[in-house]
Design a protein around this ligand. Structure first.
Ligand code: ZN
Length: 685
């Protein structure tokens, strides 16, 4: 079998695991066709006081040893997933307290509060303890030791911040070459760049995380050279604000086959924006993490309520893990409180579904999708963006250096396929542009570029504003709606677009030749500023500026949205306008656009002489007669296959392929896209 689909199932486990629980676990693993069982231990969240003593860990390992033997006999790979290395969230009504149990140097919040639960990540006693803990479980010979996503330097439990203990402050003072007090450090980090204190801070956090991961991986290797240490993690945007450099962190894992586990899919059935965002987050991890790393993205359902999470939604995430070419998927669907023997007596929505969907997933896996095959508008990302974050001086914690990516979500929901590799059109939001040097900047601005208001300001600060026709900044305009003013860019002149959840519109003075295609207006219809402005630069590139700030988050009417991924932005006038703008930037039709299908997730993959197109409807109403507009140079599709629910391919017989203006083709089908059920088409040329 080519590219066999692998399931990893997370099994909550502790030393009191009963024979009945063991039998129930075996039953679920068999029924679900599970390849690898990740024992989540040494304790279960609701039953766990937190970090466990070595004696507690050893009791847990002793209980697990015979189960490992049994699983190997059944052809199921046993692995370990640690629960609690650095820190986890507390239950608000019952905070955990480790002070009697361990003699660690406790982490300190920036206000001087000493944690009851979390050790300073530089504390040698804590480091030694966690390394011994990992070694105890490595001796069971698990295939993999998974470090959980509490391995991050924004500490959880009662801190929700980094450690500001005297030792950490001393280390920061050493790095910046002067003594810095606890009360001074955060304001110094949050000041606008260039900011050497912030750069040092991000390097300090990255070093801390790296050293701790390396220490654990070394301890595992020493206890058992056969076991590979692997890493679960959270959203990349957040890890960026912890200075994380993925290449050296993966190096720290060591071994020949490191795996990572980004999240995929939301915890609960959600809005189209949330679904889209969670899929993009996983795809971004795929693009950024070094290519040799294997991926087993995790679907989680905490606290495992079928009242909040549907099998259909979970299945959709499983399908995307395959469409992203990841091969494996991790499922965390059974409750952490344990007693699986009781849980499945009431209800088991998961194991049967996992079994039934595997042939369908296998058919996608056999397409052999690779991470650099995605086609579409390129959403630029750089891991060091937080060095360049501006306007956060009033934020209370360094983690608020993180940057939002609302256009990553808005463009797919409006029907445009996107990617995270270089492409003919690149979207820059926020300060990412500041990560490019002059040569790189000129190279990308010689093609097509879309900037949000903050990215335009970033370009001006780089001294290269002329690349986008920018002369100078000219303040901000408040507005209640935007109107299409140029029929070539949105069709219906005067068509209004609601701005309730958009930031104010950044205004600029423009060089000759700049073309305003929309205006922002106030309540009385009066023009208050420019909307989208286009410009052709001296490098032969085309640039569009959309004036809103991707980093604003607006709350009104009791609802909060990231600017540019809002109910006002996600609209037919905006879609028509952006389609024309993006095609103008691209000097031709886009790789994939899905018309007449509000809030879908389109995906386009290019392989030699064929295209794989997938469209997932994220709305409740079905999309009937699904059609696609495709334009990939060198590939003109002539026939199509459609993946059936049983995993077989059927010729899409009543499909028509028409060539339209500019070399694009329109593919019309009679397929109905139901909510959260991805449509997968292979188009052969
Ligand atoms: Zn510390």
């Amino acid at each position: 079998m080519k590219n066999p689909v692998r399931y990893n199932l997370r099994v909550p486990f502790n030393s009191t695991f009963s024979v009945a629980e063991e039998e129930a676990t075996l039953e679920v693993l068999r029924r679900g066709d599970i390849d690898e069982a990740l024992f989540f231990l040494p304790n279960l969240e609701e039953r766990s006081s937190g970090l466990q003593t070595l004696a507690e860990c050893q009791r847990c390992a002793d209980r697990l040893a015979p189960i490992f033997e049994r699983l190997r006999g059944e052809g199921i790979v046993p692995s370990i997933n640690m629960w609690w290395t650095v820190s986890f969230s507390d239950f608000p009504g019952l905070p955990r307290d480790h002070r009697e149990k361990f003699d660690f140097r406790w982490a300190v919040r920036q206000d001087g509060h000493e944690s009851r639960t979390v050790a300073c990540p530089q504390d040698q006693a804590w480091r030694q303890h966690t390394r011994e803990m990992y070694a105890i479980f490595a001796r069971l010979n698990p295939a993999r030791m998974w470090i959980d996503d509490d391995m991050r330097m924004t500490l959880r439990a009662d801190l929700h911040d980094a450690c500001f203990c005297d030792v950490c402050l001393e280390e920061m003072s050493r790095r910046i070459g002067r003594t810095i007090a606890r009360s001074e450090l955060v304001p110094a980090i949050m000041a606008d760049p260039p900011n050497a204190v912030r750069d040092n801070w991000l390097e300090f956090l990255d070093d801390l995380c790296h050293d701790n991961v390396r220490g654990l991986a070394d301890a595992v290797r020493e206890a058992n050279p056969e076991t590979q240490t692997c890493l679960m993690h959270s959203m990349l945007e957040i890890h960026n604000a912890e200075g994380r450099r993925w290449d050296r962190l993966i190096d720290a894992l060591g071994g020949s086959e490191p795996w990572c586990r980004p999240p995929i899919g939301p915890y609960y059935d959600a809005t189209p924006i949330t679904y889209c965002s969670s899929l993009n987050s996983c795809r971004l991890a795929l693009a950024v993490i070094p290519g040799h790393v294997k991926m087993a993205p995790e679907i989680e359902n905490y606290p495992q309520s079928r009242f909040m999470t549907s099998p259909r939604g979970v299945k959709m995430s499983l399908v995307f893990a395959q469409l992203f070419g990841m091969g494996a998927a991790t499922v965390s669907a059974y409750r952490y409180a344990g007693r699986l023997d009781l849980e499945i007596q009431r209800h088991d929505a998961w194991s049967g579904m996992l079994h039934d969907v595997k042939p369908y997933l296998q058919s996608i896996a056999e397409l052999g999708v690779e991470r650099h095959q995605f086609q579409g508008v390129s959403m630029f990302h750089h891991g060091q963006v937080c060095r360049h974050t501006r306007d956060v001086a009033d934020e209370p914690k360094p983690i608020f250096l993180y940057r939002r990516r609302p256009l990553d979500d808005a463009l797919p929901l409006l029907g445009f396929a996107t990617c995270y590799d270089a492409a003919d059109v690149t979207v820059f939001a926020g300060e990412h542009l500041a990560c490019l040097n002059e040569t790189e900047r000129h190279e990308v601005f010689g093609r097509g570029v879309l900037l949000d208001g903050r990215a335009a300001e970033t370009l001006l600060l780089s001294g290269d504003g002329a690349l986008a026709g920018l002369k100078s900044a000219a303040g901000e305009s408040g507005a209640s709606f935007e109107t299409i003013e140029d029929a070539a860019f949105g069709g219906l002149v005067g068509d209004p677009i609601n701005l309730r959840w958009e930031s104010t519109a950044r205004q600029f003075d423009w060089l000759d030749g700049a073309r305003t295609v929309s205006l922002v207006r106030g309540y009385d219809d009066r023009e208050t500023g420019h909307g989208i402005v286009l410009y052709e630069n001296g490098l032969g590139g085309r640039v569009a500026v959309i004036p809103y700030d991707s980093q604003a988050e607006i709350g009104t009417l009791g609802l909060t949205y990231e600017s540019m991924c809002t109910p006002g932005f996600l609209s037919f006038p905006r879609q028509a306008q952006l389609k024309a703008v993006l095609e103008w930037l691209n000097r031709g039709p886009l790789p994939l656009f899905v018309p007449d299908a509000p809030s879908v997730y389109p995906l386009l993959i290019r392989q030699e002489k064929r295209l794989i197109a997938s469209v997932t409807n994220l709305m409740t109403d079905p999309v009937s007669n699904l059609s696609l507009e495709l334009a990939v140079p060198g590939i003109v599709p002539v026939s199509a296959r459609h993946l059936q629910q049983d995993g077989t391919w059927a010729d899409a017989a009543d499909l028509s392929i028409d060539t339209v203006e500019g070399g694009a083709v329109t593919v019309r089908t009679s397929i109905t896209a139901e909510r959260l059920e991805p449509v997968v088409l292979v188009l052969d040329s």
